[in-house]
Design a protein around this ligand. Structure first.
Ligand SMILES: Nc1ncnc2c1ncn2[C@@H]1O[C@H](COP(=O)(O)OP(=O)(O)OP(=O)(O)O)[C@@H](O)[C@H]1O
Ligand SMILES: [Mg+2]
Length: 233
């Protein structure tokens, strides 16, 4: 049995109050195992991003526990949360979230927890963008910007990569290139949690969890993992 690295238990997150109260997460429990490629599937509004933001410590739950390597991050103070975001999780977003007024290279080298110039350049080389290092994000295509965001996420020591609809804003070819990178990163030993509403992408995962209306409605194990290049959507 693989080691559990994230154990989310009974997570509740509500928005609004009174008649407007809604449960973005309604008692969600999900385990992430070491070296998992976990895909969380679900339609718009099902709670996928909310869940990812909770385990990434971008937002706070109303109640529940999030044990990461045995430590409950829900109880962390601000300083501990900053360290957690810096050292434990990398994030890749649908709309890249690059800093627009600094260069591609600066976006990567300024990743929290790293100032290693050689590593930043090596990562840009790896995502095929070394020649764009002095460009600004707006001078790059969406697919290129997402590859910069992946280089930035990899420029941390973290073992876990959280991806929120990483191909959502990309065309097929760019999306595939991004999926291929994520596949390689997984094969090198990182744990991947990827949120998407695209069923075909879930074929790359060894585990698939489906959410609906803030709840987990299905958990599957995938015995026929496909390669990024085989994903059709
Ligand atoms: N800041 C917020 N204020 C109020 N409601 C919110 C907020 N963030 C999320 N919600 C609500 O919580 C529910 C879950 O949202 P979430 O973003 O997690 O969905 P999702 O599964 O990621 O959807 P999508 O596929 O469209 O990204 C939605 O109904 C959404 O409207
Ligand atoms: Mg979302």
């Amino acid at each position: 049995m693989e080691k559990v690295i994230i154990e989310a238990k009974n997570l509740v997150k509500t928005y609004g109050e009174g008649e407007g109260l809604m449960y973005a997460l309604n008692n969600v429990s999900i385990n992430v195992y070491e070296h998992d490629f976990l895909v969380i599937l679900g339609g718009s509004g099902s709670g996928k991003s909310t869940f990812l933001n909770m385990i990434g410590a971008i937002d706070k739950v109303d109640s529940g526990e999030i044990l990461v390597n045995g430590d409950d991050i829900v109880k962390y103070n601000d300083k501990q949360l900053t360290l957690y975001r810096r050292n434990t999780v990398g994030f890749v977003y649908q709309f890249f979230n690059l800093i627009n007024d600094i260069t591609v290279y600066q976006n990567v080298v300024l990743a929290p927890g790293s100032r290693d110039k050689e590593k930043a350049l090596a990562l840009l080389d790896r995502v095929g963008l070394k020649d764009k290092k002095d460009k600004f994000p707006r001078q790059l295509s969406g697919g290129q910007q997402q590859r910069v965001a992946i280089a930035r996420a990899l420029n941390k020591q973290s073992d876990i990569l959280l991806c929120d609809e990483p191909t959502g804003a990309l065309d097929d070819a760019s999306g595939k290139a991004v999926l291929k990178l994520i596949e390689d990163i997984h094969n090198e030993g990182k744990t991947i949690v990827l949120v998407t509403h695209t069923r075909e992408i879930a074929g790359m995962a060894n585990r698939i969890i489906t959410m609906k209306d803030g709840q987990v409605i299905k958990e599957e194990f995938n015995d026929h993992v496909i390669k990024a290049e085989e994903v059709v959507w």
